[in-house]
Design a protein around this ligand. Sequence first.
Ligand code: NAD
Length: 390
Amino acid sequence: MIVGVPRERYPGERRVALVPAVIPGLAKAGLQVVVEAEAGVEAGYLDADYAEKGARILSSRSELFGAADIVVQVLCHGSNDKTGDEDLPLLRRGQVLIGFLRPLGTLTALKEIAGAGVISFAVELMPRTTRAQSMDALSSMATISGYKAVLMAADRLPRLFPMMTTAAGTITPARVLVIGAGVAGLQAIAFARRLGAIASAYDVRPAAKEQVLSLGGRFVELPIEAGDAQDVRGYAKAQDEEFYRKQRQLLARVVAESDVVITAAVIPGKKSPILVTEEMVKSMAPRSVIVDVAAERGGNCACTAGGEIVLKHGVTIIGLYNLASTVPYHASQMYARNLSAFLLHMVKDGRLQLDANDEIIRETLLTRDGEVVNPIVRKFFSLPALAAKP
Ligand SMILES: NC(=O)c1ccc[n+]([C@@H]2O[C@H](COP(=O)([O-])OP(=O)(O)OC[C@H]3O[C@@H](n4cnc5c(N)ncnc54)[C@H](O)[C@@H]3O)[C@@H](O)[C@H]2O)c1
């Protein structure tokens, strides 16, 4: 079987779906790899590096799609809303497509993917189980986003992060507050601590407290309890507006005392809750920094400008998208390892074995035979359940 790696086309995207290091492992399982010319250049992987590991380089994108039984991408149509549809005519019935497909994004895009006849797998739907951990691309990318959020904040903040005792006096450490201690938030706490800041965090899920403390962070206790905070997949559940109102009220003082606020509170498939209001931004010290990691999903701060860095009420607010793509070498390496683990899971003796009883395959399968088949996605878009196939 042939696995094709097209060059990413989303403007500014620098990652690549597979890196040379995973090719020998795939070859052992009977998977040959073809790569579109210069697909890895932006991430630091040259065509020659791929060729050396046994990949074939193709200069034509349509030739690559034509040759591949399985196409692997970072941003497929669905998550690439700028140029993703250009690939639709290149896909063919029965071909496998794996990547970020934004399964809870827009139904139009999903129907277009289904219409191409591909058997698509959305990495966002990977179950959060121990077995699937090595294939969890969302966690890999969130890890990088959390790290990069701290780095950008440290770069913009007019203060030092660590405490320093010098002949010119003692420098007090920066205070970093993380709202939303998921994978990105926890990485932000760990890295902010490594840079010497005092890091504290808040999350609605009670389980987050222990994780924050284990990283040496302080947990901000708010005297409100989220009803039913966590769903069966380990994600936060949306709360009502009254809860968010109370949460904002209680967070106000902690935000005002922070030099850096990193917000990473998201609810799958929903617009992110506003947790930092304009009033709270005004209360922060001049040139404090907010990094809104949730910007792409609507943002947690009322003053975030999506995709931009703005100065509002004296506070720098970073709402850049796609932070993982700004560290493309390691983002691609981690993503490639996730994808190759997934491919090796699906392929036995050089052939695809799509076992519908396998939880990993069943839960990530998005489209097949011209239909959006994933039950979670169908329910999300209020599509009628599909009749079980005999
Ligand atoms: N294989 C596995 O077992 C596995 C893999 C990945 C993640 N996880 C776990 O899943 C959980 C969620 O991870 P994620 O990073 O993907 O989540 P996410 O990206 O969906 O959300 C980020 C965080 O925002 C929080 N949040 C949502 N609304 C909030 C609000 N109003 N106020 C404060 N915080 C709010 C969520 O609780 C979550 O922790 C974590 O506990 C993580 O450790 C488990």
